[in-house]
Design a protein around this ligand. Sequence first.
Ligand SMILES: C[S@@+](CC[C@H](N)C(=O)[O-])C[C@H]1O[C@@H](n2cnc3c(N)ncnc32)[C@H](O)[C@@H]1O
Length: 317
Amino acid sequence: VNLPPTIAASVERWLQDNGGVDLRENTGRLTGTYKSGGTSARVDLAAYLATRTPATFAAVGKALAEAARAAPDVSPSDVLDVGSGAGSATWAATSRWPGIASVTMLDNDPRFLRLAEELSTKALPATTRARYLLGDVGAALSQADLVIASYVIAERPVAEAAQLAKSLWSATKSMLLIVEPGTPSGFERLLAMRKALLSSGAHIAAPCTHTKACPMQGGDWCHFTVRLQRSRLHRHAKSAEVPWEDEPFAYLAAVRDAPIAARGRILRPPRINKIEASFALCTHEGLQNLSVPKRNKDLFKRLRKLDWGDIIPEENQ
Ligand SMILES: C[S@@+](CC[C@H](N)C(=O)[O-])C[C@H]1O[C@@H](n2cnc3c(N)ncnc32)[C@H](O)[C@@H]1O
């Protein structure tokens, strides 16, 4: 999942104009800040744009794809992107639904809001109206069909997560998507938010395929990965040889209308060999292992293409 060419070009241009010679050093500092649980308050914008924005775009894009699969009737005409940063979650939403008529990016850091505005002319479809609001994720929010909070709850204490979920949900007309780093602490926040959302009457479209208590145990945490290509500048900033990276992420998509049922979601890379395909699943009956012998030709053929993060449709019993 990569930035669309027009957005990538406008990011590249901004970085050429604003990314100083110390991009590598600033990226090192940014990585250190996030790894130690720090916030975005003083991170270097160029380092964020070169290295984090493509990754958060990819994670939100993948999460939206899974949410839309479970809730195909959702077709938002407006978006509220809370803690928008440079706007990558908004770009992922308008890439999926180009008909979105208006977007609101809300952030408590004026530097990020200015950056989002500078990039928007090229990054958003010409017909999309955009607003940039200086505000707090915890404040009263205006309503939108699609509300996204991407990598922002991580910057608030865990104890606030449930209340923030309720507030985001009351701003949601159709779908709420929360994306967090794919770490135990990202998962801890999502778990608290899931409970709060279910008690507010939300349906979970993804990744959960049921509304029972989360069966993750023993220090394990529900997360996924998405692969993205690194641009030349991204490679330079990270002193990286490899032209791609895998972004670990965790997410939760809540919807107003009941989603399409599924048998379960694949929680790890499937193991496929000459004898069988085997899948670690989260299902409404808890964590299960599904093994499909190769001699069960039809089912094997259907399931072998599935990957970590995909659902097993309900008819595949
Ligand atoms: C890690 S960045 C994520 C940006 C973007 N959503 C993305 O996925 O790339 C976190 C963003 O949340 C903003 N933020 C942090 N705390 C906030 C708060 N309490 N209210 C609003 N925005 C906040 C930061 O300024 C920053 O832009």
